[in-house]
Design a protein around this ligand. Structure first.
Ligand SMILES: Nc1ncnc2c1ncn2[C@@H]1O[C@H](COP(=O)(O)OP(=O)(O)OP(=O)(O)O)[C@@H](O)[C@H]1O
Ligand SMILES: O=P(O)(O)OC[C@@]1(O)O[C@H](CO)[C@@H](O)[C@@H]1O
Length: 304
């Protein structure tokens, strides 16, 4: 089974404003609300590519109920830990450019933390746990490390999609996959990149530090896959961009959903690119139908 862990879920409140003027009243031209948070996005895409998963994490209040109802309607299995405080609302403002304003997240009590950790007691050695996104306000910086220890105690594998120190510290625990985007990779190694060639040593460094597979996603410039057998580059699919929120999560879902079955990293990468691109070309997360249509447009070549 694949488990996703979203410690800081959200309602993503997507607001379209035609001509945004700061400092005055603006009227929305349209608005949408979706369940959000990186692990939840992974589980929703897994469902659409017929791969079962169980979504874990903290949910509370009226916002938490909205997310639970939505996941139930979509048939996404879940075992969330109930909390007293309200799950956050993240604003995705779509005007001339895209602006995101993410909440800090609710307070989590010690008892609620223990309840979440107890959910990991039942995972099996063949399971994969996807740890994604930010930590709600009061959780300590090393919290992902604590979860990784619990996952390893059960003999299972993990994927981690986070940034900075938490990503750095996780590498020596041999994550099955890490997927920083180009900016996050630059932040990790305190550098910037002007070309694919400049990226290559840093992708290799992720493997040298312990990652089993690393994808560097580059939005409209495609993606790179680093494995012990070589480095692979995807083409860029050309369709109108509708929404980049969740493209990275969709890419992780596509990779891990396929890899869990095939154990073939290059084939899994192909699915990752199809899922990530399909979400970029959709208003919400991608449909299974669009993912399957785009799969035939994905071409992977070995570059090293
Ligand atoms: N505009 C685009 N055109 C074509 N493909 C795209 C575009 N945006 C994203 N993709 C595809 O989706 C993948 C993941 O996107 P991206 O690099 O934006 O991830 P991310 O930064 O983690 O996204 P997010 O945090 O918003 O979920 C890319 O590597 C690419 O394959
Ligand atoms: O604040 P975090 O946890 O880093 O990111 C949360 C978030 O921006 O990530 C998802 C897209 O990847 C959205 O659904 C959600 O709003």
């Amino acid at each position: 089974m694949i488990y996703t862990v979203t410690l800081n879920p959200s309602i993503d409140y997507i607001v379209h404003v035609d001509h945004l003027k700061i400092g005055t009243l603006n009227r929305m031209s349209s608005e949408l609300k979706f369940p959000g948070g990186k692990g939840i996005n992974v589980s929703r895409i897994l469902k659409r590519i017929q791969t079962p998963s169980v979504a874990l994490g903290f949910l509370g209040g009226f916002t938490g109920r909205f997310i639970l109802d939505w996941l139930k309607a979509e048939g996404v299995l879940n075992q969330f830990t109930q909390i007293a405080a309200d799950t956050r609302i993240n604003i995705k403002l779509k005007a001339e450019s895209e602006t995101e304003i993410n909440g800090v997240g609710p307070h989590i009590s010690d008892k609620e933390i223990q309840n979440l950790k107890a959910e990991l007691d039942t995972i099996q050695p063949s399971d994969i746990v996807v740890l994604s996104g930010s930590l709600p306000g009061n959780l300590p910086d090393g919290f992902y490390q604590e979860l990784i220890q619990l996952i390893h105690k059960q003999g299972a594998e993990f994927v981690i999609d986070t940034t900075g120190d938490a990503l750095q510290q996780s590498l020596s625990s041999r994550p099955l996959l890490v997927k920083p985007n180009k900016e996050e990779l630059g932040e990790l190694y305190q550098t910037t990149f002007d070309s694919i060639e400049e990226l290559l040593p840093y992708g290799q460094q992720l493997l040298a530090e312990g990652a089993q597979h690393a994808i560097i996603s580059m939005a409209s410039e495609g993606a790179l896959l680093f494995t012990d057998d070589g480095v692979y580059q995807s083409n860029v699919l050309m369709h109108p961009l509708k929404n980049s929120v969740g493209a990275g999560d969709s890419m992780i879902a596509g990779f891990i959903g396929n890899y869990a079955r095939s154990k073939d990293a290059v084939e899994a990468f192909k699915w990752g690119v199809a899922c990530g691109s399909a979400t970029a070309f959709s208003d919400d997360l991608a449909s299974g139908e669009l993912i399957r249509t785009l799969l035939s447009e994905v071409h992977i070549r070995q570059i090293s």
